[in-house]
Design a protein around this ligand. Structure first.
Ligand code: NAI
Length: 468
């Protein structure tokens, strides 16, 4: 930031809150804390906005949107529009992506400035339960909020060289469309990049150790995504374990434990993200940790009373919006308010691939183990019956999971743009709505939200545009 306050200016003061890390979790804590009248120092070694803004959510969704534009150009004929895809100008795509990031970055810098937060640029270290040190200067706080985030993980013996074997940071910075890629890991990052590169014309093969893509989702959603990816020509090996990678003249040969060898220009490693906590002084300050994650209670307080922690650093869902929620909750608690602990099941989850996968609440399996299989009811509303989805030529479904005679406890969706439908789904889950509550609401026609309404009509025993 241009008007970064020098380390010297902040020295000597005791802040109400020293926030260590300026990503989604940290900057949300800082902004909310300042709004509540706390004096706040925010320490960041790179750029405020962190992974989400610079290396995660925002740039990948820009690439996914460029992919959607490419698919639309390629498929114009299906709608009677004469378009052809002449090609992908990756420099142009990257300019567009960087334009989005830089506008948001400017806006965020302005917000931090306008709230009177002391922004400290530099690499910090926790040096006591109440202080972070940056370039020899101690920033003392009544409270410290750890928010140093996460980094891409690799596997033992697998070296990410950034050229042929890359992680998501390298993938975002790529200046060309690869001809072929093997994606190791069929989770959220793996499926989103597979989708992007396929839209841009690459040959893509996913290798996933578990029996399904996006395995944390309801099995029906995984199966639907697999069907859609197969139709799009994205190859995948499920239940396949990686055994090694060799470099070849053309790129890499990825070896699987079953003896198969997959040749490609690049290998993207997307096997999860791990906490960024090593060497930052956490253990020395007495903070309880588990495999690098900082452990917290239901309101993000660590075992050290002056230290809280939020975001990817703690073992909750690694999502930017979870970081926002945790940061806000901690700031409110430190300001003397009494915020509710977060119900993590009620956090919406979206994979922004083509098609999108979105969900909130429990999967059918999760509900069965919580309530007992005979206490769970489900309904699947096929997007084939939804006018707007037919107009968009997308297929998929809305699946509801309900506790028998009780509220809706899970909503799972697959299809184009269903990420936007999760807003209504999260109200239904979090307000513990019954199917009949939602069935009585009239949904606008023709929209995809109608599919949410129709699924509830069906579950309430009065289906309109579906059999049952
Ligand atoms: P992930 O945990 O979602 O997926 C990693 C996948 O790699 C798993 O399915 C796992 O079974 C597989 N895997 C691990 N070891 C393997 C091996 N040896 N061989 C084959 N497969 C193996 O992690 P991912 O996709 O890297 O994302 C990291 C975090 O970032 C996640 O928590 C995710 O939620 C978050 N994220 C969220 C996004 C969103 O909300 N749209 C977008 C991107 C990331």
């Amino acid at each position: 930031m241009a008007e970064v306050q020098s380390a010297f200016e902040g020295a000597g003061a005791v802040f109400d809150m020293v926030v260590f890390g300026g990503g989604s979790g940290g900057y949300a804590a800082a902004l909310r804390g300042a709004q509540l009248g706390l004096s706040v120092a925010l320490v960041e070694k790179d750029k405020v906005g962190g992974t989400c803004l610079h290396r995660g959510c925002i740039p990948t969704k820009a690439l996914l949107h460029a992919g959607e534009v490419a698919d639309t150009a390629r498929e114009g004929e299906q709608f009677g529009v004469q378009t052809t895809l002449a090609g992908i100008d990756m420099a142009g795509v990257n300019r567009y992506k960087e334009g989005v990031v830089s506008r948001l970055y400017k806006g965020l810098q302005g917000l931090v400035r306008s709230r009177g937060i002391t922004y400290v640029e530099g690499t910090g270290r926790l040096v006591s339960p109440t202080a972070v040190e940056v370039a020899g200067t101690r920033y003392e706080g009544r409270h410290v909020v750890l928010a140093t985030g996460s980094v891409p993980r690799s596997l033992p013996g697998l070296t990410i060289d950034g050229v042929r074997v890359i992680d998501s940071d390298h993938a975002l910075a790529l200046d060309r469309v690869p001809t072929s890629v093997v994606v190791l890991g069929g989770g959220v990052i793996g499926c989103e990049f597979a989708s992007i590169w396929r839209s841009f014309g690459a040959d893509v093969t996913i290798v996933e150790a578990l029996p399904h893509l996006v395995a944390a989702e309801d099995e029906a959603s995984s199966a639907m995504l697999e069907r859609a990816f197969r139709r799009r020509g994205i190859a995948f090996h499920l239940g396949a374990r990686f055994s090694g990678v060799e470099t070849t003249d053309e790129g890499v040969r990825v070896l699987l434990e079953n003896g198969a060898g997959l040749d490609a220009e690049l290998l993207l490693v997307a096997v999860g993200r791990g906490p960024a906590s090593a060497g930052l002084g956490y253990e020395e300050a007495g903070v309880a940790m588990d495999r690098g994650y900082v452990l917290v209670d239901g309101v993000c307080q660590t075992n050290v009373p002056t230290i809280s922690a939020v975001g990817d650093l703690i073992p909750t869902l690694q999502l930017a919006h979870v970081g926002f929620g945790e940061g806000i909750m901690v700031a409110e608690r430190l300001a003397g308010l009494d915020p509710h602990p977060i119900d993590y099941d009620g956090v919406p989850r979206v994979t922004y691939s083509n098609p999108e996968v979105a969900s909130v609440g429990l999967t059918e399996t999760g509900a069965a183990s919580r309530y007992g299989a005979d206490r769970v009811e489900t309904v699947v509303y096929d997007l084939a019956g939804n006018g707007k989805s037919q107009i968009l030529k997308t297929s998929g479904f809305v699946k509801l999971v309900r506790e028998k005679d009780g509220p809706v406890v899970g909503i799972h969706m697959v299809g184009a743009r269903v990420g936007e439908l999760v807003a209504e789904a999260q109200l239904i889950y979090n307000w513990e709505a019954y199917p009949s509550d939602v069935a009585s609401l009239i949904h606008a026609h023709p929209t995809q939200t109608e599919a949410v309404g129709e699924a509830h009509l069906a579950l309430a025993g009065k289906p309109l545009h579906s059999h049952g």
